[in-house]
Design a protein around this ligand. Structure first.
Ligand SMILES: Nc1nc2c(c(=O)[nH]1)N[C@H]1C(S)=C(S)[C@@H](COP(=O)(O)O)O[C@H]1N2
Ligand SMILES: [Mo]
Length: 412
């Protein structure tokens, strides 16, 4: 069990089990059938967007253009909207990634069902009030889409990818309050035989290429579930907003955003490995450099962003303070190097906000731009030495873009 916290080992073991046909929930045969039915290239295409009762359109909160870029059913945060902000991303500019649409669920009508062969007795049910009565905890954590930065595979590396064309705004950091998933599972009577936990969303089923893949769901190992996962009902001190999972969602620290299931309705606790399209067909690395069944992954990588739009204007000949943020699932950021001349010379950025937390690191650096076009680059290194390459490893679904992004600005 000990290697289950090492997500790489977990992924490799699950992959072997899946290939061997030991699959609960979504087998290799299911996937092959599905792939045959739909044809290649369906993975990562835009949601067909079924509409269910109670759905209020893809996203409920206002999406002013100065804060968001709308991408299909999703809304990307504009990095310029973080200029002058503190450590946290305010709710009114936090990105939204919806496979279909935000359902409106009243806390009073909501129940969380916990069930499965990995429980000691029968299923357990929690109301919103039950959840609020359990001991609470508050954590600061990023939620980041695995496809954040995807568009740079094409615009910077000239490589084709499919999926939502995020720049770098598919991330947000917030304070989340809720109940530890370990507490919920213990109250439900977690058995010693428990292996995987499969949280399921209450949003409309995801239909792509004419195939109904069912509700959004993705398993995680019980070891991770017990380690640091939160069932969150508050975000930045407010009741969880509809678009971010009201009444309750998972927050799975350091893992790709899809692990943090919103509008949590059910949690299956299994005594055998579980699978869903979200850890077999999506969220694997596909392409010539990878095995045919794709390489699984769970964790995020190292990234950096300037608090500026691509192509932003800065005043020429005047001292300019560049600000940005860097983050890594591997630990706190140790240092950030910045180039203002396309990568020829590098300077160390000053960290901002000591002791704010390790979800990301704010930084700044001063610059006197001459008139003309410039390319800004930022490269972060975390405390374990993890850093950002010049070129990200290409994969067809465009996940884990960790390369240094070339950020064009115009001084005038
Ligand atoms: N039920 C459900 N949970 C979900 C999703 C979804 O579409 N439905 N999207 C996932 C993805 S891909 C990401 S990146 C995060 C985004 O969280 P946010 O919309 O609160 O920013 O939620 C995850 N949880
Ligand atoms: Mo995502």
């Amino acid at each position: 069990m000990d290697d289950m916290l090492d997500e790489g080992a977990y992924d490799r073991r699950r992959l072997r089990q899946w290939l061997a046909g030991e699959a609960g929930g979504f087998s290799r045969r299911d996937l092959l059938k599905l792939t045959a039915a739909v044809g290649a290239g369906l993975a990562g295409t835009a949601a067909a967007g079924t509409s269910a009762k109670g759905a209020a359109g893809p996203i409920v909160k206002p999406l002013p253009p100065e804060s968001f870029t709308v991408l299909g059913t999703n809304a990307e945060m504009r990095w310029s909207a973080m200029a002058g902000q503190g450590y946290l991303v305010p709710i009114d500019r936090f990105f939204v990634r919806n496979h279909t649409s935000t359902p409106i669920i009243e806390p009073a009508d909501w129940r969380l069902q916990v069930f499965g062969a990995g429980l000691r007795h029968g299923p357990a049910e929690f109301s919103y009030d039950d959840l609020r009565r359990l001991p609470s905890e508050t954590i600061t954590s990023a939620v980041e889409c695995a496809g954040n930065g995807r568009s740079y595979f094409t615009s910077q590396q000239g490589q084709p990818v499919s999926g939502t064309a995020w720049k770098l705004g598919g991330i947000g950091v917030a304070r989340w309050r809720g109940v530890r998933l370990s507490t919920v599972l213990r109250h439900a009577g977690l058995g010693r035989n428990a292996v995987d936990v499969l949280p399921t969303g209450l949003d409309p089923n995801y239909v792509t290429g004419g195939v109904d893949l069912g509700p959004v769901r993705r398993p995680l190992p019980v070891r991770k579930a017990l380690h640091d996962v939160l069932v969150a009902y508050e975000m930045n001190g407010e009741p969880l907003p509809a678009d971010h999972g009201r009444p309750a969602r998972l927050i799975v620290p350091h893992w790709i955003g899809i692990a943090s299931i919103k509008w949590l309705g059910g949690i299956e606790v299994s005594d055998a490995p579980l699978f869903s399209p979200w850890n077999t067909q999506f969220y694997r690395l596909f392409g010539p450099d990878f095995p045919a069944e794709g390489r699984p992954f769970d964790r995020q990588v190292v990234k950096s962003a300037f608090e500026l739009d691509q192509g932003a204007q800065v005043p020429a000949g005047r001292p300019t303070r560049l600000r940005g943020r860097s983050w890594s699932a591997g630990g706190a950021i140790h240092h950030v190097d910045v180039s203002t001349d396309g990568g020829r010379r590098w300077r160390r950025a000053r960290p901002v906000g000591a002791g704010e937390g390790a979800a990301w690191q704010r930084w700044e650096i001063d610059w006197l731009p001459a008139a003309g076009e410039h390319e800004l680059l930022a490269r972060a290194t975390d405390v374990r030495g993890g850093t950002q390459p010049d070129v990200a490893v290409h994969n067809e679904l465009g996940y884990l873009f960790d390369a240094v992004v070339r950020h064009r600005v115009v001084a005038a």
